[in-house]
Design a protein around this ligand. Structure first.
Ligand SMILES: [Zn+2]
Length: 312
């Protein structure tokens, strides 16, 4: 899911490319992408884009008369800057915004189409889309603390909950927690003052650093390669690869269709958490510490080797 750094760069580039331009028309591949019937979408055709705003992970096109197009890319939605009147690709295309010289293609990979577009009239109605999470760059340490401690959750859940924090998802929560040296399953009510402070600074530093990195990569172009997995990330998407701080193999906890990655040495004092796939393999012998896992892995490998020998 595009998060604060990706969304910020999308917005900066859209500001440079489409503000002041008329949105000539929107072409739709899927009728489900547009979630509003009123006002009719055709009423926005020809209107000039006045600005681009961010609301959490949403991108908002601002038009005169308090009219707004609200895009939520969800997990697999992406934006692409194309030549004027580009084709709408069958499987992944959702819609194309045609401008006088270029077109903005909105795509979504996969069969689950979750990305959405709303045409909204009035700031009041727009405010209804705001999940209300704290903007960490506008927040003091005190504000950050009260948002964090308002409900007792695991850190992973709190950071990624759009009602608590704005613009953070699965990817950057992993990176933030690694930088803060905090466990993803630590409960917020158990946090000590220095841990809260560390988390506050790590959140801002991680998002800021990644935004700048993406800005440098994109330059005057367009972010065409938005991905949740990047080579220079510390832990996210790097299961079994060495932690850049200590070299320990990055671990994972899988749930539903995503996973949390963490360094057991830097973040959890050597503790490992049950991963369902791993658990199935090891049945009841779920290891509680890194050392145990290493021993069990060795045992498994040895057992497999023994089996192979016996079968010969
Ligand atoms: Zn580490």
């Amino acid at each position: 899911m595009p998060e604060y750094p990706d969304i910020t760069i999308y917005i900066e580039r859209l500001e440079a490319l489409v503000v002041g331009q008329p949105l000539e028309q929107i072409r739709f591949a899927s009728p489900f992408f547009l979630r509003t019937a009123q006002p009719p979408i055709k009423t926005i055709h020809g209107a000039t884009v006045r600005g681009i705003e961010r609301m959490g992970k949403r991108i908002i096109f601002v038009f005169s008369g308090e009219r707004f197009l609200v895009i939520h890319l969800m997990v697999a939605g992406r934006l692409h800057w194309r030549k004027k009147a580009c084709k709408l690709p069958g499987k992944v295309g959702l819609a194309v915004f045609d401008f006088p010289n270029n077109s903005l293609l909105i795509s979504e990979a996969g069969t689950k189409k979750r990305a959405s577009l709303h045409l909204i009239n009035g700031r009041d109605e727009l405010a209804g889309f705001d999940p209300g999470g704290l903007e960490v760059f506008e927040a003091s340490l005190e504000e950050f603390r009260s948002a964090l401690l308002a409900e007792n959750h695991t850190l992973k859940r709190s950071l990624t909950d759009p009602h608590i924090f704005s613009g953070i998802g699965n990817t950057f929560s992993d990176e933030i927690l690694h930088r803060a040296r905090l466990s993803p399953i630590l409960l917020t009510e158990k946090l000590a003052e220095d841990q809260i402070k560390r988390l506050y600074h790590a959140t801002r530093a991680t998002l800021e650093e990644w935004t700048q990195r993406l800005r440098d990569e994109v330059g005057n172009g367009f972010p065409d390669k938005v991905t949740a997995f990047r080579e220079n990330m510390a832990v996210h998407g790097r299961f079994n690869k060495p932690c850049p701080e200590c070299g320990t193999a990055v671990q994972r906890i899988r749930y539903a269709s995503s996973e949390t990655n963490y360094c057991p040495l830097c973040q959890t004092g050597g503790k490992l958490f049950a991963d369902r796939a791993m658990s199935r393999l090891l049945k009841k012998d779920w290891p509680r510490t890194l050392e145990e896992l290493e021993v069990r892995k060795l045992k498994l490998i040895r057992n497999l080797a023994d089996e192979r020998l016996n079968n010969k």
